[in-house]
Design a protein around this ligand. Structure first.
Ligand code: FAD
Ligand code: EPU
Length: 337
């Protein structure tokens, strides 16, 4: 019997899948993945559904990861924390904060699961998961082996990792190990945190500030369907940046360590006059232009048409090609937008 995926994706798209399976332990997860892979039916691993766009019904099995468990080992200078893939990311951040294990507070309120977090190297407010990720354990269902790789081997980049490349369509993340140093250094680099005083700041203040900034900027998916930023912030050359600045003097860009510049895609979309622009029931959010929203009853097609229109307008106006951040899911699996 087809199952409606609306409760399982934060865009609230009403597409369905042929079979829906929930797994509550690592063993159940690896068993289910092996079974579906061998059956040759299309398979989609799903965590919180906060970074997927269903363009149509999914003609296969969705495996929802709900495996739970957190194990802490104390060392002289750090804590080692092993977390099962199905743990909720934000609850895990709170868990660490409550136990005096600091570092993840800048990434409070990112929706989704711990297992999905390494895939796009989640990050916010100046910190990405790669800073505290020690190892990632994954199950390779093509060889039926459990493997553990180091953070270096994860090849983390901006919204990127090996799980989007060499390990795509063969790995399911089962567990993530974090290394949280006991010597805590607050990270106050990102704009809205800069006003905090490094000398007397605590991790709890950063956590609360991040939560409040996020709640003021980003729509709550339980009220207005969305997947957070719909596009990555494009990275351009310094030369391209200088050329654009000559025409758009208040262009927002951040210098990268290799000399390239990361441009705020939200600013580009805003400048192109697209805030509030809609197609069908899909719209560009009127407060944060990088977020596309479901006004109620939008289809995945509406969302993708809107995304294409935004991409075309940005290309025409700034000669910059935007890339989508969420994974676009067609009837058999991931497709390109
Ligand atoms: P899902 O959407 O369920 O899955 C995403 C992809 O990962 C899919 O391709 C899925 O097949 C795959 N996948 C999921 N779990 C596994 C697993 N265990 N093994 C292998 N593959 C798996 N992201 C940021 O980086 N920073 C932010 O600040 C941020 N803010 C957001 C705010 C809002 C309001 C929303 C809705 C999203 C935001 N996101 C942000 C995006 C999203 O939260 C992250 O990408 C998150 O890691 C997705 O987790 P998930 O469990 O929901 O993944
Ligand atoms: N801006 C505008 N108009 C807008 C939106 C933004 O001018 O409509 C400008 C802002 O004024 C600001 C700049 O763009 O100067 C950056 O905006 P913001 O600080 O809101 O961050 P962002 O670049 O839009 C990124 C991440 C978010 C993450 C925040 C905080 C990406 C694609 N997005 O957003 O991640 O939470 O920074 O670190 O990198 C996500 O990935 O889903 C996500 C929400």
């Amino acid at each position: 019997m087809p199952v409606n995926l609306k409760p399982h994706n934060t865009l609230s798209l009403t597409q369905s899948c042929e079979t829906y399976v929930e797994v509550n332990s690592k063993q159940e997860l690896t068993d289910a993945v092996t079974r579906v892979y061998k059956s040759a039916s299309p398979m989609l691993i799903l965590g919180g559904g906060s970074n997927v766009v269903f363009t149509t019904d999914f003609n296969g099995t969705v495996i929802k990861v709900l495996s739970k468990g957190i194990n802490v080992t104390e060392h002289s200078d750090h804590y080692s924390v092993s977390v099962q893939a199905g743990e909720n990311w934000h609850e895990f951040v709170q868990y660490c904060l409550q136990r005096g294990m600091h570092g993840l507070e800048n990434m409070a309120l990112i929706p989704g699961t711990v297992g999905a977090a390494p895939i796009q190297n989640v990050g916010a407010y100046g910190v990405e998961i790669e800073k505290f990720c020690h190892q990632v354990e994954y199950y390779d269902y093509t060889s039926e082996t459990i493997n553990v790789i180091s953070a270096l081997e994860c090849q983390f980049g901006y919204r990127d990792s090996i799980f989007k490349h060499a390990l795509r369509n063969k790995a399911v993340i089962t567990e993530v190990v974090f290394k949280l140093p006991k010597k805590w250094i607050p990270n106050l680099d990102y704009g809205p945190l800069k006003h905090l005083e490094a000398d007397d700041i605590g991790a709890k203040t950063i956590f609360e500030t991040v939560c409040s900034v996020r709640q003021s900027k980003l729509p709550d998916p339980s009220k207005l369907g969305n997947v957070g930023s719909f596009f990555k912030n494009p990275i351009i050359t310094a030369k391209q940046y200088v050329e654009l600045l000559a025409e758009f003097s208040d262009l927002v860009g951040y210098a990268q360590s290799d000399g390239s510049i990361k441009i705020a895609a939200g600013w580009l979309i805003d400048e192109a006059g697209l805030k509030g622009f809609s197609i069908g029931k899909a719209a560009v959010h009127s407060q944060q232009a990088l977020v596309l929203i479901n006004l109620g009853g939008a289809t995945g097609e509406d969302i993708c048409m809107l995304a294409h229109t935004v991409m075309d307008r940005i290309n025409e106006k700034f000669n910059i090609q935007l890339e989508s951040e969420p994974r676009i899911i067609g009837s058999q699996g991931e497709v390109s937008i």
